[in-house]
Ligand binder design. Structure first.
Ligand SMILES: Cc1cc2nc3c(=O)[nH]c(=O)nc-3n(C[C@H](O)[C@H](O)[C@H](O)COP(=O)(O)O)c2cc1C
Length: 149
């Protein structure tokens, strides 16, 4: 069991939070850090660091990227989780570039669709209601549990 921090940002419907909370509830080695409220955190004591965010205008949350820029030590094991309404091909490239810059060893990326009421979607009651649900949470746990040694 590696001491693990998951830094997350989840401001729209708590979709991403639902995923990381399920991982933390099932794994006592996991500490959650909310990038919406934390600016400087000493991450040196964690062996593995996850970054999890909703996608906003095609990007990981600005606050989460800034958090990573400020706090991520060099050469950590890392993983990436995101939730989004669509399957954008480049989602996650921004955090990935930052991790590469810090010579992180990226163990994997996992994503799923999340309930969205942004913009015109609000008029039709939103898209992907109920997502992520039980099935996606199970998938996320599998992803985390199979990150490797
Ligand atoms: C301001 C805003 C912008 C968004 N932009 C995108 C986008 O570019 N692509 C996409 O697939 N989803 C987009 N979404 C949908 C969210 O990524 C999706 O609902 C996600 O699950 C939200 O996660 P959260 O509830 O953890 O914040 C956007 C949502 C909001 C509120």
């Amino acid at each position: 069991m590696k001491r693990t921090a998951i830094v997350y940002f989840s401001e729209h419907h708590g979709n991403t939070k639902k995923i990381v909370q399920a991982i933390a509830d099932a794994h006592e080695e996991v500490t959650l850090i909310d990038a919406a409220t934390k600016i400087e955190v000493d991450l040196s004591g964690y062996e593995r660091i996850g970054f999890a965010s909703g996608i906003y205008a095609g990007c990981f949350a600005r606050k989460l990227l800034t958090f990573a820029q400020i706090n991520l030590p060099d050469k950590k094991e890392a993983f990436i989780i995101y939730t989004s309404a669509m399957n954008g091909r480049h989602y996650g490239d921004d955090i990935r570039a930052l991790l590469d810059k810090r010579n992180a060893r990226v163990l994997g990326t996992w994503h799923t669709r999340g309930f969205c009421t942004f913009g015109p979607l609000k008029l039709i009651g939103g898209a992907f209601r109920g997502r992520p649900g039980e099935e996606e949470i199970r998938e996320a746990l599998d992803f985390y549990e199979n990150l490797g040694a």
